[in-house]
Design a protein. Sequence first.
Length: 164
Amino acid sequence: MNWTDLIKSGSLRDIRKALRENTPDLGHDKYGYTLLHYAVMRDDSSFRIGQWLLDAGADPNATDRARFKQTPLHLAAEKAELELAELLLERGAEPDRPDNWGNGPAWKALHFGGLDINTAKRPRFERFVRLLVEAGADLDRKNEAGKTCRDHFAHGWWGGLADL
């Protein structure tokens, strides 16, 4: 069975059935990602699949072995997947783990939320950042370029976070 393909594009029913019948390899594949990374990258059903994989023992803090060194929480931040982030945090995800460039998930949410031309989604990114701050993320930690999350606040579109 090819777990990677199943998690990336399989139906919920097929994934659930496979997880009931088999134990997946929760380690890194040849591209450096875990099944939990692939679940988060899906455009649909990532919460449910993530929940099942965490129940099976997936590590919420596993970093990809590709060039980014991101956790599933970093990937959830790119899309402001709030429910998935809550699940990952409940299961032990570190809210401020830096990637290869020293950026934590909050930085990713601010960066991707600022790039999103659909400004109607910005409040979701703001809620995502607030969730991470409540969980312990440090908005003042510098990345490798010497920038902090607060540097994003210089852009007028993050006024909803001015109280942080």
